[in-house]
Design a protein around this ligand. Structure first.
Ligand code: MG
Length: 365
């Protein structure tokens, strides 16, 4: 369902609806203006865990979330997990790891856990702020306890089956709530600038280019080393591999230096490209597309590799053809081929990674 950042005019709502209304909505926990809420008297931060702090069922708290919580603590916030999880061991570990408290009582939307948490810090309801990704548990529960709630979009779409059912109810309630939705400022939160999307694509493209340059440097450098520096049994590795390849493909061929080098070019490019892909995955997920979720997700990695491998095939086909087509010294042909292969593959790669691999991931701002 729609989840837009903005405020809800709770005072204008009928009472029944107000129970489900958050104070505001954000794309992520990270978008919370901690300083602003602090100046409005908030000193206790209550957090839902699954899909608010960590993706459902995982242990890995994203670095940005970690830094965010540390910043909250530095600002004087007391932080407490208010989770419906049945896996207490995991909850304890995550909370200990983050240095935050947790309470456990009857599941949200019961008031119990909220009341416990307030008691823990001897706080009044108006001093606390609840952050969660579900209207039917996090927001409703907080409102029942008289606590302001902030609604964030879930970190991932993997969810408990019960949550999926809650989401259906949520989408109905959400439709009514949106009548009172204001996408602008109410509580001092700066609205997002228009044209940000365009700006963002350009920024991503530039970053992707920079990451691509480091990957390419790795690819070319390693490939060059393997082709012209690495030795095997006192002979150049490329000559050994080239002779082996020629022997397999065309046993009668004349093993000139160029023929050996041509034959070794493709097999010796595989390892450098695979290493370059990993480099690209790492920096593009962390930096270019700023994935807020756990970046070591099987789905993300496999998609990245599928796209990158497709780009690698393109690179291999293009650069190998160019290498053979270019006249002159073997080394000159090597650099021309590498350059043309890189340009074409980078284009394929950017489109694929942006439009497919990272399309549905949540970005930290
Ligand atoms: Mg949740």
């Amino acid at each position: 369902m729609r989840h837009e950042p903005g405020q809800y005019a709770r005072e204008a709502m009928p009472r029944g609806l107000r129970r489900f209304a958050p104070l505001s909505a954000h794309a992520s926990l990270l978008d919370l203006d901690l300083e602003m809420y602090r100046t409005h008297g908030k000193r206790v931060l209550l957090l839902d865990m699954d899909n608010t702090v960590v993706p459902w069922r995982t242990h890995e708290v994203p670095t940005e979330v970690r830094e965010f919580l540390r910043r909250a603590q530095d600002l004087g916030y007391k932080i407490c997990a208010v989770s419906n999880t049945s896996r207490m061991e995991r909850l304890r570990e995550i909370c200990a790891d983050l240095g935050i408290d947790h309470v456990r009582a009857r599941n949200k939307p019961s008031r119990r856990m909220f009341v416990q948490a307030l008691r823990l810090f001897q706080a009044e309801p108006h001093e606390a702020l609840m952050v969660g990704d579900q209207l039917m548990t996090d927001v409703l529960g907080a409102n029942r306890a008289g606590i302001d709630a902030v609604w964030v979009a879930p970190m991932s779409n993997k969810e408990f089956i019960g949550t999926k059912i809650n989401r259906m109810v949520e989408s109905v309630v959400g439709k009514f709530l949106y009548r009172y939705f204001q996408p602008s400022v109410a509580f001092g939160v700066a609205p997002k600038r228009e044209g940000l999307f365009k700006h963002q694509v350009v920024k991503e493209f530039l970053k992707f280019g920079i990451v691509g340059a480091t990957s390419t440097a790795l690819d070319w450098g390693l490939h060059y080393l393997l082709m012209y520096k690495a030795t095997w049994g006192g002979q150049l590795l490329s000559e050994v591999v080239g002779a082996w390849m020629l022997g397999m493909v065309n046993p009668g061929a004349v093993a000139t230096e160029k023929a050996l080098s041509d034959a070794a070019y493709a097999p010796l490019k595989i390892l450098p490209v695979l290493i370059a892909i990993f480099n690209g995955y790492y920096w593009n997920s962390k930096w270019t597309f700023r994935v807020a979720e756990r970046t070591l997700q099987a789905k993300l990695i496999s998609r990245f590799y599928i796209v990158a491998l497709a780009a690698m095939v393109v690179n291999l086909v293009v650069s190998t053809s160019v290498k053979i087509a270019v006249h002159g010294s073997a080394q000159k042909a090597f650099w021309v081929a590498s350059f043309v292969g890189m340009i074409v593959a980078a284009f394929v790669n950017f489109i694929g990674q942006r439009q497919w691999t990272f399309r549905d991931t949540k970005r930290s701002s």
